[in-house]
Each structure stands twice: as C-alpha cells, then as structure tokens.
Design a protein around this ligand. Sequence first.
Ligand SMILES: C[S@@+](CC[C@H](N)C(=O)[O-])C[C@H]1O[C@@H](n2cnc3c(N)ncnc32)[C@H](O)[C@@H]1O
Length: 399
Amino acid sequence: MTPDSLVERLVLTGTAPDSEIILLVKEAGLQRLAGVLVDEVLFRCEDPVNTTAVDVALEVTHGDELRRTVLRMVRGEPIRVLDADDPSVLIRRHFRFALPDLVRRLYGPAQPPHSRDFTDVFLPERPADLSELPQILQATHQAGGTLLSGCTTGGPGLGALSVAYGSDKWASFHWYTQHYEHHFARYRDRPVRVLEIGIGGYAGDLGGPSLKMWKRYFHRGLVYGLDLFDKSALDQPRLTALTGDQGDPDTLRELAEKHGPFDIIIDDGSHENEHVRISFDALFPYVRPGGLYVIEDLQTAYWPRFGGTAGAETAPDTSIGLLKRLLDDLHYAEFDPKPEGARTVTQAQVIAVHTYHNIAFVEKGVNGESSIPAWMDDEAWKALGAITPEEGRELGRSR
Ligand SMILES: C[S@@+](CC[C@H](N)C(=O)[O-])C[C@H]1O[C@@H](n2cnc3c(N)ncnc32)[C@H](O)[C@@H]1O
C-alpha cells in the first residue's frame, strides 16, 4: 500500500464500520497508521498559547499495542515531536485514544463526539517546586486544549483559515470566503477531491496557503494544486502539488485522468481570459456530477492586458463571456427554434451559475428540465384561465 492509498483508505474508514478500521490495522500495522493520524493532528492543531513549555503524550492504542508520541508545546514555536528517550522529556499530560475513536474524530462527520472517547491523565507527577504549580497547571491545561484542537473535524471558518495560512481569499483585495462557505458546506463531510489551479507563493516562499486551507476545511478531502512552478516540496498527506501550464489542455486532461474526477475545481491561476476558458473547457468534463467549478478574479474580463474587454460590456472570449454563454446553455431547453444535433457538454450538464462580485460557482448535474410544451399556445393558456400577453398589454394600457 503506497502512503497515498493508505491515507485515502484511512479517510474512507472515518464513516465505515469498525471492522474496516480493524482490517486496515491488520494490513498496515498500528505504528504506521498512528503515524498518519499524528501527522494529521499536528496539521490541525492551533498554535500553542502556553508560555511555559509542556510535554504532552498522544497515545494511540489497538488491543495490547500502544504508540506514544511526545509533543512539546510552547507559544511562538511550532509543536515539536520529541524522542521519548530524550532526557529532557517530562510528560505533564497523557491523552489516550483507541485507534477507531481517533479515526472517527479526524475523518468522521464534523460533529463533536457526544460522549468522552479518550482517557486523560493530568499532571501524573507532583512538580518538584510547588511555587511553580499555578504556572504549570495553567500551561498544562492550555497545552491539552491545543492538542484537542487538532483531534477534531470541526475548526475555524474559512475566513479565519484564509488569514491564518496567508491566502488572499478574504479581508484583502477579495472577500470570497463567505461565498465558499455557502457553496462548500454540503461537501465538508465528504471524502472530496479538490483541484485548485494556482498555488501561490513568492520568492523565498513556496506558497500553498489556500491548499492548506482546503485540507483543513475538508477534513476528509484529497487536495491537489496545479502551478507553472514546481512546488512539490509542499507535498504532504492529502495535499499534492502538481506542475503544469493551465493554458495547455493536454496537460490538464492528463492530470485529470490521473487524479480526477474532482468534486470541486477552483481556477485561481493566471487569470488570463484565454487560460480561464481553456481550463474550463478541458476540466469541466472531469467535475463529478453534483460538483462545482469555481472561477475567481472575474475582474480581468474587463482588463485588456489580461485579454479582457475595455468598457462596460465584455466580449464572448472573456471569463464573463464564458459565464454568459453558460447561462444560455443552462436554458438550452428554451431555445426557439430548437437546435439540431446533440447538446454540448455544458448544455447537457450545467445546472446553475452563481455569480458574485469577481467569483462564480458553476454547478454540474443533469440539465434535464424540459420547456413548457410548444403546443401550449394562447388558446391552451386561455383554457387554464390565463390571459394572453396581448390582453395583458391592453389591460395595462387601459389603467
Ligand atoms: C493568485 S496565485 C494563487 C493563490 C492561491 N490560490 C491562494 O489563494 O493563496 C496565482 C498562481 O498561479 C500560478 N500561475 C500563473 N500562471 C499559471 C499557468 N499558466 N498555469 C498554472 N499556474 C499558473 C502562479 O505561479 C501563482 O502561483
């Protein structure tokens, strides 16, 4: 089992019966599985707030087996994993989870467990110097809270995550996260595949803030990023950085064949209008039915240097032009006269186009609603008690 397929199976067991988790332990071993769980907990933990350093043990058990990881927490520093034999280790708190309980906490539905599902030993040893007790008590309490913040599915909202990881999707030039919250909520508990074009980062900074934000938000999600630059150093469980040009449809199709289909695709790449259209045309077929294709930064439709149209009305070859076309495709059943030949992919599969300032969400499904039958002429409407458009206009004029 490769590391990627192990993580994927683990994610799926979050909602599976215990027997599947036990089968997975048999195949992969407790040590290996617990290692993946500890990485996930560390990724989710909030920053420590305790000013006095505290060592906390995270223990995962299965039958008689136990895996202990010692974590040192102190404000202003990343949480450190210590070697249990390190002579400086002084464990102030133990949290012990049975493996299936921790799996459910991390990859189960985003609700707090309704009963206590772990054991906790608080300050097993009396501090040598009792004058330090108040400070040690508080720090131990805070460090425990930090560890538990990483042992849950729920977490901060997308605005806070965007700021925490350094994305510009909220409280910057953009205010996108409220729209993301609205449209993504129903996917949050699902083992989704998400692809974002445009990983971000500047000289000296590898980037990936929004990929980390999606990984944290979609606690069962597999997140892929695509960028012109090689950012594979960002790779970690559930997050893969791919390299390629969004203006090249063959590259896009190749990556989608390998890693898709996707539940969600987000275009936050070059924002060149031509690239936006090429990417949409190549990748929309790889969005799962019921999924979403998101396009950010629609303002470039009005910027000629990005291939946009100057003035108040955008041309068909811009991102806004694409959305206008999709609105027409959505209403395919209403075209008069009825077009000949098969529907295009977007005529058959676009079921909604939600557009906000500078961001759009295109929903995929079966665009199968039929029109009102052509034989419903004025006479038929009259039979239903309706007035004809002509009669309506007459009435309006006479008032
Ligand atoms: C706005 S940043 C992405 C920010 C990130 N999504 C976030 O929210 O933090 C745009 C990224 O698109 C990448 N990019 C530019 N042109 C591209 C292209 N033709 N294909 C793929 N990626 C491209 C850039 O290298 C840059 O990393």
